[in-house]
Design a protein around this ligand. Structure first.
Ligand code: 4AD
Ligand code: MG
Length: 465
């Protein structure tokens, strides 16, 4: 008999039919009962719900039943029946049970419920078997799929930008070196420096912090592109919002100005939130009920309200006039900290905010200069509980202005000659942004630590699993 998924049994029991034979495979969440009957909650990961298996102990060997404990893996065949108990419509009257794998009661770590998130991180190899992480993983999948669907339906092309890069032009964060040199016997040049000409690529290379610069090359040929790939930052920032390895989505669009860019960002996020509400309500409802009572309300709020748009300078004014004491004092020119971003979003505007026109000195070299010569056409999207979820800008398309910034910031021209050439040959206005996938997942799931929305988090001092 072919296996039926538990999702199918919960969502569409008619497809099997009451009284008909059924076969399911999955992992035991709980087993309870009395001397005559046992009830097994079996989950196969296709949906947050488990199916109840009813076992008439008279029909089964005692030794077999002893092997069935929380965490063990079973193949059950039986009859689909209407449930007598509360909480489910159908259950399975077991006729045969095969134990694929036992799980020792003494050592299987997911015995009891109510483990802390910290503990679950330490067992990231088993964490997918919890209801909460099942929800996170199904939502991650749904969001990844929706991201591709959104851009595909709009006619954007998925561009594969390199993960290994020879330039640190972006300056978005500290980089991880990539080398095949023998670290115990590093070749040196005459002046005592590492001789990278002997390294694999014949030059010093690193893992990318962003696909944007190559993304622009694609946009200036195909019109609209997006990247969606892993990104690496070696910052030693141990916060609930930073990972050393995270996924980023970077659309880059020719002929879009900063306003088009803001429209795209807002429409994109709303589409993703709506997609989750329409396709993954079971998972969202579980997370809402178990962890974050305002989750669904917050998701609905975001799709039903316009994001506030305002300039950095106005934002600084609001913060200065707020009377609130911040850990890092507010002054024009500063890079806003999470506490400032969250104050604007959570205490002042009570909705997502898009800040624009930041001081040029705190933003990247490629951002388009405003006429004031002091600010650039940058935009950050700030979200409740998270702070910055998107960073982007209109790009400087003028060759001379861009070259001037490259020189002012002492960026080696040999690293960016190819980027500069796009402004020499058929340059065009264009804009783009980067959405941190795990920051999005924090918002969608209502989790408060970024380590709890990625299967295998990489953070300082932690690369287990
Ligand atoms: O603001 P960032 O550094 O912008 C860029 O990298 C641009 N090249 C994007 C572009 O214009 N194409 O990063 C973009 C987003 C942030 O807003 C944040 O959501 C996420 O990436 N992010 C991180 N997420 C998790 N861990 C980290 N260490 C992150 N650093 C940035
Ligand atoms: Mg940023």
């Amino acid at each position: 008999m072919t296996r039926t998924t538990i999702k199918q049994l919960v969502k569409n029991p008619e497809s099997v039919g009451i009284g008909n034979p059924v076969s399911v495979k999955g992992w035991v969440r709980t087993k309870r009962g009395n001397k005559a009957i046992n009830f097994i909650a079996l989950n196969d990961g296709t949906i947050v719900n488990s199916i109840q298996i009813v076992v008439d102990l008279a029909k089964f060997d005692e030794n077999l039943m002893k092997q069935i404990t929380t965490g063990s893996c079973l193949h059950v065949t039986g009859t689909l029946v209407e449930s007598q108990g509360k909480g489910q419509n159908v259950e399975i009257q077991a006729e045969s049970i095969e134990v694929y794998g036992t799980a020792d009661v003494e050592t299987y770590p997911l015995q009891k419920k109510g483990h802390t998130m910290e503990f679950l991180r330490s067992i990231a190899h088993l964490r997918p078997r919890t209801n909460y992480f099942g929800c996170v993983l199904r939502l991650r999948h749904a969001m990844a799929f929706a991201i591709h669907k959104y851009f595909n339906d709009k006619g954007y092309f998925y561009l594969h930008t390199p993960l290994i890069t020879g330039s640190d032009a972006e300056g978005a964060g500290a980089m991880f070196s990539v080398t095949t040199l023998d670290l115990n016997n590093v070749p040196k040049t005459a002046d005592g420096k590492v001789d990278y000409s002997k390294d694999f690529f014949g030059k010093s290379t690193s893992l990318t912090v962003s696909g944007q610069l190559e993304g622009e090359l694609g946009a200036l040929a195909l019109g609209g592109i997006y990247t969606f790939g892993p990104t690496f930052r070696a910052e030693n920032s141990n916060t609930p919002r930073h990972l050393a390895e995270f996924w980023m989505i970077e659309p880059e669009v020719a002929f879009n100005d900063i306003n088009d860019n803001m429209d795209l960002a807002e429409d994109f996020i709303k589409y993703l939130v709506r997609y989750a509400l329409e396709h993954n309500m079971d998972d969202l409802q579980f997370l809402n009920d178990m962890f974050e009572k305002e989750l669904i309300e917050r998701l609905n709020f975001v799709i039903n309200n316009n994001f506030v748009r305002l300039g950095y300078t106005e934002a600084i004014d609001i913060l200065l006039k707020s009377g609130h004491t911040f850990e890092v004092p507010v002054e024009w020119g500063m890079d806003l900290q999470s506490e400032h971003e969250r104050f604007l979003v959570e205490n002042h505007f009570h909705c997502p905010v898009i800040l624009t026109d930041y001081p040029k000195d705190i933003k990247a070299f490629y951002m388009k200069m405003n006429d004031d010569g002091k600010t650039v056409r940058a935009m950050d999207v700030l979200f409740p509980k998270i702070g910055e979820i998107i960073g982007g800008s209109e790009r400087e398309e003028d060759y001379d202005k861009l070259l001037k910034r490259v020189q002012e910031l002492h960026i080696p021209e040999k690293d960016v000659w190819w980027y500069l050439e796009t402004r020499k040959f058929g340059t065009a206005p264009h804009s783009g942004f980067g959405l941190g996938f795990e920051r999005l997942m924090l918002f969608i799931t209502g989790m408060s630590n970024i380590r709890d929305v990625i299967p295998f988090p990489r953070t300082p001092q932690n690369a287990e699993f």
